[in-house]
Design a protein around this ligand. Structure first.
Ligand code: CTP
Ligand code: CA
Length: 244
């Protein structure tokens, strides 16, 4: 049943949802970002709250206002490192974590303390430096993989962990093959796979997703449909697993 909004079947469950894109600062006015709108993560937070869950929504850059619901506590973050810090404080209490945020894989190695200028005049005796800067990047931590690792170390089977996979597919592999590989690599309980690209999914109101399960159960595909419907389908799968 995907129309469970009035069932309150998630009452008492503590759900953490991340949504939106991270922004990785270059200087005080510039950042590296991505096209995530945050709509799918926000829809999951709303659906979970409507079904009775206590929700913490950890939101990066989002294209719509954060939801106004008494059971949704929204925390704003900007960068991947801020997201990691915020998650660390939420984990011990969470029953379910849904990582719908688009987390930057890399960040600039250095953040300039003042605005980067077009030309550099280092020495008045020489011509100004007109060369273009090269931005060096370093890897961000994989927050989802860290959650799975911390759970394994803790020896308890909570929280239930859901990842998202933004895949375009390539010449050798379909979106679903890449999703299966990613699920195995990440070790989360579910991986929600969708197809992304300019104008496809990112920023759109409809979505087609396939939910892959680590336990080898049959994948669940839904769509094209609203992000609200995708959210309820996902929560149905989670609720069924948690009851086992
Ligand atoms: N994720 C994360 N921390 C990162 C990067 C991604 O927690 N530094 C999470 C995302 O929130 C998502 C999942 O990992 O739930 C998969 O993100 P995706 O970008 O598809 O996978 P990556 O492992 O980063 O692989 P790649 O981008 O190379 O496909
Ligand atoms: Ca990535």
């Amino acid at each position: 049943d995907t129309d469970a909004a009035d069932h309150q079947d998630l009452q008492g469950l503590r759900v953490v949802v991340t949504a939106g894109g991270t922004r990785e600062a270059l200087d005080p006015v510039r950042f590296l970002g991505n096209r995530s709108s945050g709509k799918q993560g926000i829809a999951i937070a709303e659906a979970a709250a409507a079904r009775g869950a206590e929700v913490v929504l950890v939101a990066g850059a989002i294209d719509i206002p954060p939801p106004d619901h008494p059971r949704i506590d929204t925390r704003r973050i900007e960068s991947a490192l801020e997201l990691q810090d915020e998650m660390a404080g939420l984990l011990t209490d969470a029953d379910v974590v849904v990582m719908a945020a688009a987390v930057a894989d890399f960040r600039p190695r250095e953040v300039a303390t003042s605005k980067i200028k077009k030309t550099h005049q280092q020495d008045p005796a020489h011509a100004p430096d007109e060369s273009a800067p090269v931005i060096e990047l370093v890897r961000n931590p994989d927050i989802l993989a860290g959650l799975v690792r911390d759970r394994a170390r803790s020896g308890v089977d909570r929280p239930y962990i859901v990842g998202f996979a933004a895949e375009t597919g390539d010449a050798e592999h379909t979106v679903l093959e890449l999703g299966q590989d990613k699920l195995r690599r990440k070790g989360c309980d579910l991986l929600v796979v969708n197809q992304v690209g300019v104008g496809v999914t990112f920023g759109q109101d409809d979505n087609t997703v396939t939910i892959l399960r680590r336990d080898g159960g049959e994948p669940v595909t839904t769509g094209p449909t609203t992000k609200a419907h995708v959210s309820h389908t996902l929560l149905d799968v989670i609720a069924t697993d948690l009851r086992r």
